[in-house]
Write a protein that binds this ligand. Structure first.
Ligand code: NAD
Length: 490
């Protein structure tokens, strides 16, 4: 089943789409597994359904990737770079239909998806530049030998991604992988496969050899696991939740496969009394409510110094009440629904749990479900302590837990009292304090008087249970290559 609005949005990519399948070796391959039904997040009604790819299609993808990688690695590095520039241009040429397809199928505001598609083009441009500039070196060894290193591709890389930023995450992982001569099997979330499938198609239309990027449309426990079991797969990069990350890390370890795990977060956004409070309040809202809170780096714990706690939380609550929450396809919409029914129930239950634990809801939802789509009003919980469930569990929704602190030491201790360590921020006008706090918070990304600024050139990844390994920047190229040391008798 494909809803007629979705069929229209998909027309620029698949003019005669009859059913949704995987993209393997340049062909659409229809799975034969269980039916996957995906609801429109904005209405709760069925949007599309398709058959899980399953083990046969995963095996075909592995074979296609091996062939594709052999062809791709034969190109010069500069040739790969030129091809990636062509892909970047092709993404920009298809930017609006891609943004529309993402907004409709993932329930993300069109203003966000437009920005994310532009960033995907930037990722291909950025890594196109690296293709012939990340290489081995000659090592001055103390003997009559020449020793040099080669940076070689891993071969076939499996990437498993979540539903919160589907095309952004696909580009974020595919671009560095292929710039280094790898082929990719991407297994996007079963809830949001469409824009990843479209990206593979766009890349091939721009000239990328078939088989270099393959996309499996299917469930994680079946198709994802089958892909992970393919002997051709030499590395797995996983972006998603901690429980699934643990399963994938264990499966990879059994196969002695290297892995990158980009997992969840419960990031502390720390506001000192000496901060520019107006700016910090706008920043605190963007930190948690952007993307309806479905952002791994969301500033979900708002730590506010006691002297300004009431005033600042009021500012954030007033701002939250003004946010335009609605139809993802409307240009006015600032935040859309959460992605799916399970996530909706999860977010609402954590709001109720917070209230039961004694937190005060000062803006947004009371945790009761409403008819229609999966909408949750931007929600602010006051008088939260860091021991409450609402301060410890990842909500992945537009819900902020405001916690009070007295001193810098206490703020740092609360920030670090978490199983996660993905991101954090500090708002202060004291420069020395800003750098002290940045150095002491255990997180892979940290902002000073800002939140959520990211760029493809900068490394990204987690501390603690937020994962290991790095994406983005030059760091990603270390993940997507292996080094060989060559000795020559002179
Ligand atoms: P999830 O862990 O449920 O699923 C992620 C992916 O794993 C999906 O493609 C899913 O099909 C697949 N999967 C599920 N079970 C599997 C299994 N047994 N074997 C193989 N694959 C399996 O996560 P989600 O609900 O889609 O996404 C939300 C989570 O993602 C949040 O925790 C969020 O913080 C995290 N996330 C992290 C980052 C980051 O970079 N650190 C970025 C975005 C999202």
């Amino acid at each position: 089943f494909i809803d007629s609005r979705l069929r229209d949005a998909a027309l620029p990519f698949w003019p005669d789409v009859a059913s949704i399948g995987s993209h393997v070796g340049g062909d659409i391959v229809i799975g034969r597994g269980a039916t996957i039904s995906v609801n429109d997040p904005a209405t709760g009604q069925l949007l599309f359904s398709y058959a899980d790819a399953g083990a046969d299609v995963a095996a075909k993808a592995a074979a296609a990737a091996v062939a594709g990688q052999a062809e791709w690695a034969r190109l010069t590095a500069a040739g790969r770079g030129r091809m990636m520039q062509a892909i970047a241009r092709a993404i920009l040429a298809a930017a609006e239909p891609l943004a529309q397809l993402e907004a409709l199928s993932a329930g993300k505001p069109i203003r966000d998806t437009r920005g994310e598609v532009a960033k995907v083009a930037e990722m291909f441009e950025y890594y196109a530049g690296w293709a012939d500039k990340f290489h081995g070196e000659v090592i001055p060894v103390p003997s009559s030998h020449l020793n040099y290193t080669r940076r070689e591709p891993m071969g076939v890389v499996l990437q498993i991604t979540p539903w919160n930023a589907p095309i952004f995450t696909a580009g974020w992982q595919i671009a560095p992988a292929i710039s280094m001569g790898n082929a990719v099997i991407l297994k996007p979330s079963e809830l949001t496969p469409l824009t990843s499938l479209a990206l593979a198609l766009i890349a091939e239309r721009a000239g990328l050899p078939k088989g270099v990027v393959n996309v499996l449309a299917g469930f994680g426990h079946s198709t994802g696991q089958a892909a992970l079991a393919q002997p051709a797969v030499k590395k797995v990069v996983f972006v998603g939740s901690v429980p699934t990350g643990r399963l994938i890390g264990e499966a990879a370890a059994r196969r002695l496969l290297p892995s990158v795990l980009e997992l969840g977060g419960k990031s502390a956004n720390i506001v000192f009394a000496d901060a520019d409070l107006e700016r910090a309040a706008i920043g605190a809202q963007a930190a948690i409510f952007g993307g309806a809170g479905q952002s791994c780096v969301a500033g979900s714990r708002l730590l506010v110094q006691s002297a300004v706690y009431d005033r600042f939380v009021d500012l954030v609550a007033q701002g939250a009440a003004k946010i335009k929450c609605g139809d993802p396809l409307s240009a006015e919409t600032e935040i859309g629904p959460v992605n799916n029914a399970k996530q909706y129930d999860h977010v609402l239950s954590l709001i109720r749990e917070g209230a039961d634990e004694g937190a005060e809801i000062v803006a947004g939802s009371n945790g009761e479900s409403t008819p229609g789509g999966y909408y949750v009003r931007p929600t602010v919980l006051k008088n939260v302590t860091n021991t409450m469930g609402i301060a410890r569990k990842e909500v992945f929704g537009p819900v902020v837990a405001a916690i009070r602190f007295e001193t810098e030491e206490e703020a740092i201790a609360i920030a670090n009292d978490s199983e996660f360590g993905l991101a954090g921020a500090v708002w202060t006008t004291d420069v020395a304090r800003a750098h002290r706090v940045a150095a002491q918070v255990k997180a892979g990304t940290f902002w000073i008087n800002s939140y959520k600024t990211i760029n493809v050139a900068s490394p990204f990844g987690g501390y603690n249970h937020s994962g290991h390994g790095r994406s983005s920047g030059v760091e990603a190229l270390y993940e997507y290559t292996q080094v060989k040391s060559v000795w020559v008798e002179t």
